[in-house]
Ligand binder design. Structure first.
Ligand SMILES: NC(=O)NCCC(=O)O
Ligand SMILES: [Zn+2]
Ligand SMILES: [Zn+2]
Length: 508
């Protein structure tokens, strides 16, 4: 590991705690790529903001100049789905807001949106807890909020979160029975409330009751190892919950975001809904795109357990299909669900897969793996790469064009990617605190050589220069583009209803 945390050294390499050099940066001669357009141009940054994008910008000696000739200059990645310092399944993720974000920056991601988990159902207590966790942030971040119970207080707190705290999305877990799971009645209430607030409803789509049953089935069969995790929650249960959530969102007429789409079954439900005009967003995660479930059958417990996440990584074929879904617009953006548990934590489930903390890494690897898998293979264009790793996330969560674009006035969150350079992933060189890596040994083309976050050069020459407290909380306003026209559709629906039938009491 190649960074230090406020004086605490990681590995043998040098400490780079100091914040980076100049507040004026010129990136010269690269191909500047936005989701809508690419061109060769210079990019000039001053005080954390992009001040100019045009050819041949001239500057004085006080400016740090980076040569990007032959390279791509793109918006930093935005990861829509992470869990840093999350308490889950009796433990806490090993990556906190500093180590997880440092890893992200080394991989070209400059913002993430993390899930706040309420404390005993209290949204405000959960929010305060995460504000505390995020004090050591070294890059920008936003919050989603999970909803785990329902009453008048939760309903009022949702309003406070949206109107006063900068949260514009709420996640409903249809899995994790007995812990985070909510029932359909709660989901319906939540969908209605989200709609009224202009907040985006997100779902973890697996049928938690059926998963519970599947787990019992495996234990009765004597299948207690990590493979039992995948066998107990087949894709049909993801498809069912995805379909149910989509139909309830259609009934309420509110946009819906399906997190970590892992299977063809779920994707097909999204495709059908989108074809019918429904506003459904599908987010695959990088593990689901590039891995298959074979690792879960590894004879070594720790090797197998590192693949345990929910919904599970599926059989060969699902990942390729999800890639095709991304390239054809059925799915819209890529997350990671970065949720890191080390070998000691994974070993909690050595005798029972139900106790293996669920989660895999990805926050550092996403930008490289998506480039190699999707762009290098010719499945998508470079502008589409920017769209699915950055811009679409910014649009959905209403922070575009401050984030997700290389435009004058946008935050200076920028990466320089060398398409002729290569990467190799290993737990011995990554920046997460994890002692394993679910992508161990993967190599590919395309390397993020420079990351600029908030106008600071934080990753260059294989060195991180980050300090706790440099990251800012990004407030996200409600009523993103996904809500445009919803009111008109509601009015149309109401006017389409026939007037109530007038009935007269029969006289005897
Ligand atoms: N996905 C997973 O296995 N862990 C993180 C929690 C969640 O997103 O469901
Ligand atoms: Zn989930
Ligand atoms: Zn998650």
């Amino acid at each position: 590991n190649q960074f230090c945390e406020a004086g605490i050294g990681y590995g043998n390499s040098e400490c780079g705690v100091s914040s980076s050099s100049s507040s004026k940066i010129l990136i010269k001669g690269g191909t500047v790529v936005n989701a809508h357009h690419q061109e060769i141009a210079d990019v000039y940054v001053e005080d954390g903001i992009i001040a100019a994008v045009k050819p041949n910008i001239k500057v004085g000696d006080d400016v740090t100049v980076l040569d990007a000739t032959g390279k791509f200059v793109m918006p930093g990645g935005i990861d829509p789905h992470t869990h840093l310092a999350m308490e889950f399944m009796g433990t806490e993720t090993i990556d906190d807001y500093f180590s997880g974000q440092a890893a992200a920056l080394a991989g070209g991601t400059t913002m993430h949106i993390d899930f706040v988990i309420p404390v005993k159902g209290s949204l405000s207590a959960g929010f305060e807890a995460y504000v505390g966790k995020a004090k050591k942030a070294c890059m920008d971040y936003g919050f989603h909020m999970a909803i785990t119970k329902w009453d008048e207080t939760v309903s009022k707190e949702m309003e406070i979160m949206v109107k006063e705290k900068g949260i514009n999305s709420f996640k409903f877990f249809l899995a994790y029975k007995g812990a985070l799971m909510v029932n359909d009645e709660l989901l319906l209430e939540g969908l209605k409330k989200c709609k009224s607030l202009g907040a985006l409803a997100m779902v973890h789509a697996e049928n938690g009751d059926a998963v519970f049953e599947g787990q019992k089935r495996m234990i009765e069969l004597g299948i207690t190892g990590p493979e039992g995790h995948a066998l107990s929650r087949p894709a049909v249960l993801e498809g069912e919950a995805t379909a149910r959530a989509i139909r309830l969102a259609a009934f309420v007429n509110t946009p819906l975001y399906i997190v970590h789409v892992m299977s063809i079954d779920a994707m097909e439900e999204i495709a059908t809904a989108r074809k019918s005009g429904q506003r459904v967003i599908g987010e695959p995660v990088v593990s689901g795109l590039v891995l298959d479930d074979s690792g879960l059958w590894d004879p070594d417990f720790i090797t197998a357990a590192k693949f345990v996440m929910s919904p599970p990584i599926r059989e060969l074929g699902h990942g390729k299909a999800l890639q095709a879904g991304l390239s054809t617009g059925v799915l819209q953006l890529v997350g990671t669900d970065h949720c890191s548990f080390n070998s000691t934590q994974k070993a909690f489930g050595i005798d029972d897969f139900r106790k293996i903390p669920n989660g895999v890494n990805g926050i550092e690897e996403r930008m490289h793996l998506v480039w190699d898998t999707m762009v290098e293979s010719g499945q998508i264009s470079i502008t589409d790469y920017v769209r699915i790793t950055s811009t679409e996330c910014a649009r959905i969560f209403n922070i575009y064009p401050r984030k997700g674009a290389i435009l004058v006035g946008s935050d200076a969150d920028i990466i320089i990617l060398n398409p002729n350079s290569s990467f190799e992933i290993s737990a011995t060189s990554h920046h997460s605190r994890l002692d394993t890596n679910v992508f161990e040994g993967r190599r590919g083309k395309g390397k993020v050589e420079v990351t600029i976050a908030g106008g600071r050069i934080v990753w260059e020459n294989g060195q991180l220069k980050v300090a706790p407290g440099e990251g800012k909380y990004v407030e996200m306003q409600p009523f993103s583009y996904l809500f445009g026209g919803i009111d008109k559709a509601d009015a149309k629906y109401l006017s389409s209803l026939r007037a109530p039938v007038k009935r007269f009491k029969a006289t005897t």
